[in-house]
Design a protein around this ligand. Structure first.
Ligand code: AMP
Length: 190
């Protein structure tokens, strides 16, 4: 199995690159942000609980996102592999993911971390907000909070995965296709 953690701050291009990778390597895309927005759109209790937290740009609880990922793994027993996008975001989530994968006899193959400077992230997200309709893309204060959450709680995961010799850092600035080639290169050498 090929299991990839596609990593980076909000606005780094994870979703765009994930869409290319799933086609090239026949993987299943698991984005906890998309799953949570799906819950909100369906008006579930979980969605209701998550919405105000997401609109502020804070992280939702580990239990919620770990539970969503666990059920997706259970529902796709014959997958070629998974791209985890926006998950894990905390050390507790990364540890839980390792355990879940181990139970299925598999593991994370690599972490691909996209590097983009903060001012570029803010610019990209404000631009995306004009069309995405996402509350958390519309306001610079909320975007800054999301970047702070990333720096404080999520960026330390680079150490978690480099400790397992799984971290590759890729410059996330440039043409989409150029960045995709660099990601493919790392995967093809695994
Ligand atoms: P994203 O679409 O990945 O930018 O996520 C949008 C929002 O969903 C984040 O700002 C968080 O509020 C929430 N979220 C998504 N994934 C996670 C996660 N793994 N852990 C905690 N919160 C998450």
């Amino acid at each position: 199995m090929l299991n990839i953690v596609l990593f980076g701050p909000p606005g780094a291009g994870k979703g765009t690159q994930a869409n290319l990778l799933i086609k090239r390597y026949s993987l299943i895309h698991l984005s906890t942000g998309d799953l949570l927005r799906g819950e909100i759109a369906e008006g579930t209790a979980l969605g209701l609980e998550a919405k105000s937290i997401m609109d502020r740009g804070d992280l939702v609880s580990d239990d919620i996102v770990i539970g969503m990922i666990a059920s997706k793994l259970d529902n796709n027993p014959n997958a070629n592999g998974f791209i985890f996008d926006g998950f894990p975001r905390t050390v507790a989530q990364a540890t839980a993911l390792d355990t879940l994968l181990k139970e299925k006899g598999t593991f994370i193959s690599t972490m691909l971390s996209l590097k983009v400077a903060d001012d570029e992230l803010i610019k990209r997200l404000l631009e995306r907000g004009k069309e995405s309709g996402r509350e958390d893309d519309k306001n610079e204060g909320i975007i800054t909070n999301r970047i702070n959450e990333y720096n404080n709680k999520t960026a330390p995961l680079k150490e978690f995965y480099s400790g397992q010799n799984k971290l590759s850092e890729i410059e996330g600035i440039g043409q989409v296709e150029e960045i995709a080639l660099k990601l493919n290169d790392v995967i093809d050498k695994l």
